[in-house]
Design a protein around this ligand. Structure first.
Ligand SMILES: [Zn+2]
Length: 423
């Protein structure tokens, strides 16, 4: 009888404490990373076609995980140094992650063009050259990074800022001025224990193609993301994590030199990566500290028709074995996340910058973040007006799911914004 009374008392006490939010309401953040560089090196891919052999590496490829928790909501933001990371692989990692709902795990690719083929691009004969064993190993490394970030969760405050990144970083290869110079930054700072006051992590959100080196120079590399991580970490920013934005058609690294020459060297990766790192730290430096910001996360699946012959061929013949709920339709996860005053939308591919501007304008926040190539990366996302229009857009129209992709995605995103609380 005594035990039962005691049990009841503790149950009541726990219930009351939880109701008053004594245990529940405090922000915690954890970060962890894993190297995913293949050893020995394997060929790298910058898109459709057989991967190119490499003889050296510049920097390591990483999976980087940031976990945030407040109350009953826990989310993971994961960035993978690769061209694109499909949900076929992402879901295998989600199944190995303990303590976060699969739909609250966002896995995005940085879009480096110098990493192994993670799509299993089939050639004309249907043969793929992707190293499936390596990809399975990456899947485990990604899950390990998230699981370690969960273990590392500690009380934290945040700083959030967004401003123009200055200097020669990105431009639009198709039309130089048509790109978004805004760089969003989220920084987590430890609020207790031995590391009190130290940075746990710095998240950088900026639209750019990390293709300074590209896939045909015999080099495996995170491209400009490597020097970006190193710069932020060496300046005490905690673990650096990069999330790309709406960088399609064709927002790329500004490697331009005189007489229409380009600097496609590792030194140029260092110049741009370090400059973006410095700009991110400048942008976040004087942001106010946010004590205990709330976290909201919702995921909703989006169906997109596959109209493109090339995309259909890749999806049907890839050894990754994509599954289709409906014939000629892909289904993908889109997330909306509020972190304090910021809102984040994920994009399952490479949206053109005009789409990025439109969505940011529709998000009810001063801090609109777009995580491109997130949860899936189904090629370019361009509006029906842009589709098959300029000669310049031939390539990106061909490597898009189809004419209605942007409409489907934008309407879905606007619904998510409308259904969600304002940040
Ligand atoms: Zn691209």
């Amino acid at each position: 009888m005594v035990t039962s009374h005691k049990k009841r008392f503790f149950f009541l006490l726990t219930f009351l404490l939880l109701s008053f939010g004594v245990f529940a309401q405090s922000l915690k953040v954890g970060a962890a990373k894993r190297i995913i560089t293949p050893n020995p090196l394997i060929p790298v891919s910058g898109g459709i076609g057989a991967p190119n052999p490499v003889t050296e590496k510049r920097g390591d490829l990483f999976a980087r995980a940031l976990v945030l928790e407040n109350g009953n909501t826990r989310i993971a933001i994961v960035s993978v140094d690769n061209l694109g990371w499909t949900s076929v692989l992402g879901n295998k990692s989600r199944a190995l992650i303990k303590g976060i709902l699969p739909e609250n795990v966002i896995i995005a690719a940085t879009h480096t063009h110098s990493a192994p083929d993670a799509y299993g691009f089939p050639d004309e004969t249907g043969t793929s050259y992707a190293d499936l064993k390596h990809l399975d190993w990456c899947v485990i490394q990604i899950a390990d990074a998230v699981n370690e970030a969960i273990k590392n969760l500690e009380p934290a405050s945040l700083k959030i800022a967004m401003d123009e990144a200055k200097g020669k970083i990105a431009y639009n290869y198709y039309a130089p001025e048509l790109y978004d110079p805004r760089c969003g930054v989220i920084q987590a700072i430890a609020t207790s224990g031995k590391k009190k006051g130290q940075k746990i992590a710095t998240l950088v959100n900026y639209a750019i193609h990390p293709e300074v080196l590209g896939s045909d120079r015999g080099i495996l590399s995170p491209d400009l993301c490597g020097p970006l991580y190193d710069r932020i970490e060496s300046k005490g920013g905690g673990m650096a994590i990069f999330l790309n934005g709406a960088q399609g058609g064709m927002v790329t690294a500004d490697t331009r030199r005189e007489e229409s020459k380009e600097a496609n060297t590792w030194e140029e990766c260092i110049r741009i990566g370090e400059l973006l790192g410095d700009e991110s730290l400048r942008i976040i430096e004087n942001a106010p500290i946010l004590v205990n910001p709330s976290i909201y996360c919702v995921a909703k699946n989006l169906e997109i028709p596959i109209e493109s012959d090339i995309m259909r061929y890749i999806l049907k013949n890839s050894p990754l074995n994509y599954t289709f709920k409906k014939e000629n339709n892909v289904e993908t996860q889109v997330n909306l996340i509020n972190i304090g005053p910021a809102q984040i939308l994920t994009i399952p591919g490479e949206a053109l910058p005009n789409i990025g501007y439109y969505l940011k304008r529709k998000m009810p926040t001063k801090y609109p973040f777009l995580f491109g190539l997130a949860n899936d990366a189904f090629g370019y996302i361009l509006t029906k007006e842009d589709f098959n229009s300029f000669k310049r857009y031939e390539y990106i129209s061909r490597t898009s799911l189809g004419e209605m992709t942007a409409d489907a995605y934008i309407n879905h995103a606007l619904e998510l914004i409308k259904e969600s609380p304002k940040p």
